[in-house]
Design a protein around this ligand. Structure first.
Ligand code: F0G
Length: 431
């Protein structure tokens, strides 16, 4: 048994039964597994200082926004197994204008995970998942995806010389993401059906064949994604915000945020829990319905539909972990329409920040919760933007240049190539 197996246990998050690599869920109760580390015994101030020092240190392991928190991520993973591209270290915007747009009294903060190497937050989980796959000697890795996980997997697998196999819903992945996944060398299977069908197929395939599964049911992915929270807390000088809003699909990220906050409190890094606010698209909102109705089990949405294709998911796998995260943090779920998502996206884009449609659900959700009185206008809120603007150019073109343009459309202008025509137009533009 190697060191990693002795100091980081794989345990069912529901019944506590021990698990092992290669099991997607607990054979006893069907729950998902989680990693339990022995957390470092160190004063919080010393731990904070260690993280801060690494950021200005040398070498990719010190400076990566995932691996500089390695004590809390994968403490025993051998360094030579690590596949990193300097992920994380993403910018935390502070915007008065978007805070006002959302109905808050003050600014809103936006943690832009689209600034990762492949343009989404998935890189934080993937550096850990692929590193663990390398440590285990895996030759092939696989996932089902709405396009971002697949792009990230393709990149990290290629860096590690592994074969990447991805299952995507046919015709429902944005052109940018599909192009990125293919270009980075993954083999793509387009599945007739939704993400949920693709997920079922990849689970069946990885059960039968020696392929390492890298969806967020893999608990190592969750460990990497926790660093979004560690890093944003650090950027706020470890003064926790009142709430953190994030788009929610398969609910891996919501689960990761819950685990990160839990550990941050246990380590004394923060002294209170921000409320978690997972936001779903109204056409793909089974988790919101579960929480709002206080039902016992998640009722899948058989026909998920939304313009935010990243979160077009009807049967989220991590709903139990995510529900616990919402409950422990006294959080709230919400669902927003495609129109609300596109309006929030137009506002974020016009503020010079930009994001893909699913990411804007976070800000749209905050606005909805302030309006409904579930979130106080004086709250300090961080919205997580999960993917880059260029991930979905078609959505932008439709909104700004389509036959039914959105209320803040900004279509380009075409003029005759004549100085007078240009001068007249410029004079009008400049008022
Ligand atoms: N935002 C973006 C941009 C995403 O790509 C995803 C998930 C989410 C939010 C939701 O995160 O699933 O952890 O609740 N994308 C997955 C994929 C499903 O395949 O790329 P979640």
């Amino acid at each position: 048994m190697n060191e990693a197996e002795t100091s980081s246990a794989i345990v069912c998050a529901e019944c506590g039964a021990p698990g092992s690599e290669g099991q997607a869920s607990c054979p006893r109760c069907g729950g998902l597994f989680e990693i339990r580390h022995r957390l470092p015994e160190i004063e919080p101030a010393a731990l904070r200082e260690r993280f801060a020092e690494r950021r200005t240190g040398r070498g990719p392991l010190a400076t990566s926004g995932v691996w500089r928190y390695r004590e809390l991520v994968a403490p025993a993973l051998p360094r030579e197994a690590i596949v990193t591209q300097g992920e994380g270290n993403t910018f935390l915007y502070e915007s008065e204008a978007l805070g006002r747009w959302a109905g808050l009294d003050g600014p809103v903060w936006l943690k832009h995970e689209g600034h990762n190497p492949t343009g989404s937050f998935k890189d934080r989980g993937m550096t850990v998942g692929v590193s663990r796959a390398r440590e285990l000697g895996a030759a092939a890795v696989a996932c089902a995806s709405t396009g971002n996980t697949s792009s990230s997997l393709a990149s990290y697998a290629a860096r590690a010389d592994m074969k990447a196999l991805v299952f995507v819903p046919a015709g429902k992945v944005s052109a940018g993401k599909l192009a990125q996944t293919i270009a980075l060398g993954a083999r793509v299977l387009e599945v007739e059906g939704s993400f949920d069908t693709a997920m079922r197929l990849v689970l069946a395939a990885t059960e039968r064949l020696p392929i390492y599964l890298l969806n967020s049911v893999n608990p190592w992915r969750i460990e990497g994604q926790k660093t979004i929270v560690f890093e944003l807390l650090e950027q706020l000088d470890w003064q926790p915000p009142d709430a953190i809003a994030l788009p929610a699909g398969n609910l891996g990220n919501t689960s990761a945020f819950g685990k990160a906050l839990d550990e941050a409190v246990r380590l004394g890094l923060i002294d209170r829990l921000p409320r978690l606010l997972p936001v779903q698209a109204a056409g793909a909102a089974p988790f919101h319905r579960l929480v709002a109705s206080d039902a016992e089990r998640l009722e899948p949405e058989p026909r998920p539909e939304t313009v935010a294709t990243a979160i077009r998911i009807g049967e989220p796998r991590s709903w139990r972990k995510a529900r616990r995260a919402v409950e422990r943090t006294a959080g709230r779920t919400t669902a927003v329409s495609d129109e609300q998502i596109l309006e929030a996206k137009a506002a974020i884009d016009a503020a010079g920040i930009g994001c893909e449609p699913a990411s804007a659900a976070s800000l749209a959700g905050v606005r909805a919760l302030v309006r409904s009185g579930e979130l106080a206008p004086d709250a300090r809120v961080v919205c997580v933007l999960t993917g880059h603007l260029l991930k979905d150019p078609d959505a932008i073109t439709r909104y700004h240049c389509g036959p039914e343009p959105g209320p803040h459309a900004n279509p380009p202008v075409r003029l005759p190539a004549e100085p007078e025509a240009v001068a007249a137009w410029l004079a009008k533009e400049l008022g």
